[in-house]
Design a binder for this molecule. Structure first.
Ligand code: GLU
Length: 484
């Protein structure tokens, strides 16, 4: 099995594209197959380096490695040779009235009535080979078209991996362009030639390509005598029921926005996997290994997938389900693995110290493990965890309220003295010291516990306070309690 993902570098990496890549990837991994990344950059005018970079960045962020990478623009010669061969065997013909018909890939999007008019090009299909060669040699511009066998009754049939049996009559398929009048191959030609020559066995792509597939199957047959297996994926829609687009739906559509907002690739992958696929047993939180094991093309739904999110809130654009899944992954993945993503976050915040990779590694892992229980996004580590990594942190308003309670500050200063004198400083000894101090002073332990949490972490909520003492350590604890 060899699959491919073939983005055109004419924009950003769309969530729909990333999902196509993911489904291909999972399908190939399951069958010990290979994944080819093919950059469809034949449209030199619309392809840009910036776009290519964001697409690659997005794909790399997902950490789903591919086995081969090809650039379609480097295969122009192959496309030209294939076009010649198709012309030579009569599967294609020159149309010297380029303006009269579909000159590019958009043909399939033309309204039906319009397409019918181009279906075949009377007079052009029938030109003798001699006349065609002569006019071409004289420099007359032409479009090379595929010769759909309109004279035959039948049509193109295939079994879609997802949607099952498909059929379209020849009479409804136009003589689509293979080479434009400027000599550039169309998407149809370049894509099919490359699919054949790169030995792609399975093509999985968006349902919006279904119309193309009827053309491609004919072209594959003409090029190689057979065709890869094809499957189409349900579309992704916004809550308003329209196809997900940046213009209509904003940041939700672009993959790198999830990275920048502090999503874990594993969680984002889990989120995408559930867009149009449903695992047996309905388990929603799936690790990558589980996804690899459970993914099944027969579980791909035939109905379009709606991405739910709040369309009115630009600040809070992320789909709640994606955020929820992120929290689940963030809390359950091995802490060493999570640390790979937390480190850049702390570096960005300027709190990372080399010791964290050395002598203090265990301590940092324990800290991350404790504080993650209340976090959902990686950005929480830089937004909410400063006190654990730096001495210059602020105490949030709600936490200040806990310090302002009657008897809190005095109590915490007394607690500092007690803790300083402890021969052993850990969760249990601190708890005992705090509770007996509260007793002696006739205050509730909660007053000191909440006050200490505020003084040590700057926050009113967080992991168990006694855990916080241990994570912050004796010296800093004493200093912070005194500083209240
Ligand atoms: N470059 C095409 C696209 O981005 C590839 C479609 C296909 O998978 O054949 O739509």
């Amino acid at each position: 099995m060899r699959v491919r993902f073939a983005p055109s570098p004419t924009g950003f990496l769309h969530i729909g594209g990333a999902r196509t890549f993911l489904f291909n990837w999972l399908y190939a991994r399951q069958h010990k197959g290979e994944v080819v990344l093919r950059i469809d950059d034949t449209d030199l005018e619309r392809s840009t380096d910036a776009s290519l970079r964001t697409i690659l960045e997005g794909l790399e962020w997902l950490e789903l490695a591919w086995d081969e990478q090809h650039y379609q623009s480097q295969r122009r010669e192959r496309h030209a040779l294939a076009a010649e061969a198709l012309l030579a065997k009569g599967a294609a013909y020159r149309d010297f009235t380029p303006a009269s018909g579909p000159d590019d890939d958009k043909a399939s999007d033309a309204p039906d009535g319009k397409r019918k008019a181009w279906l075949s090009n009377p007079g052009q299909r029938e030109l003798s080979r001699e006349e065609s060669d002569r006019r071409a040699a004289a420099g007359e511009p032409f479009v090379l078209r595929f010769r759909t066998p309109h004279e035959l009754d039948g049509g193109v049939a295939f079994k879609d991996l997802v949607y099952g049996k498909q059929f379209r009559k020849f009479a409804d398929l136009e003589d689509f362009a293979l080479v434009r009048s400027d000599g550039a191959p169309t998407y149809h030609l370049a894509s099919c030639v490359d699919d054949v020559e790169l030995r792609i066995s399975h093509i999985i792509r968006g349902q919006d390509h279904l119309t193309n597939t009827f053309k491609h199957i004919q072209l594959f047959e003409a090029l190689s005598g057979s065709h890869p297996q094809l499957g189409h994926l349900p579309l992704l829609l916004g809550p308003d029921g329209s196809k997900l687009s940046k213009r209509r739906h904003g940041p939700i559509v672009s993959v790198v926005n999830y990275r920048d907002a502090g999503f874990l690739p594993q969680a984002f992958i889990n989120f995408m996997a559930l867009l149009g696929w449903s695992p047996k047993g309905n388990q929603e939180v799936l690790s990558q290994q589980e996804l690899e094991a459970k993914f099944d093309v027969s579980g791909i739904l035939r109905t379009n997938a709606v991405v739910q999110f709040d369309e009115t809130s630009a600040d809070n654009w992320a789909p709640p389900k994606a955020v929820w899944l992120n929290g689940q992954h963030l809390r359950s993945m091995p802490v060493e693995q999570l640390m790979r993503y937390v480190k850049p976050e702390l570096e960005k915040a300027g709190w990372w110290k080399p010791e964290f990779d050395g002598a203090e590694r265990e301590k940092i892992l324990a800290t991350v493990d404790a504080i993650r229980s209340r976090y959902t996004l990686l950005s929480d580590f830089s937004l909410r965890a400063k006190a654990y990594f730096s001495d210059e942190f602020e105490i949030e308003d709600k936490a200040v309220e806990n310090l302002n309670k009657e008897g809190a500050r005095d109590g915490l200063r007394a607690l500092a003295d007690r803790l300083e004198a402890l021969p052993q400083f850990n969760h249990d000894t601190v708890e005992e010291a705090l509770r007996s101090l509260a007793d002696e002073r006739g205050v509730k332990p909660g007053l000191l516990i909440n006050g200490a949490r505020a003084a040590l972490s700057g926050q009113s909520v967080g992991p168990s306070a006694f855990e916080v003492f241990e994570l912050i350590g004796k010296d800093k604890t004493v200093a912070r309690l005194r500083a209240v």
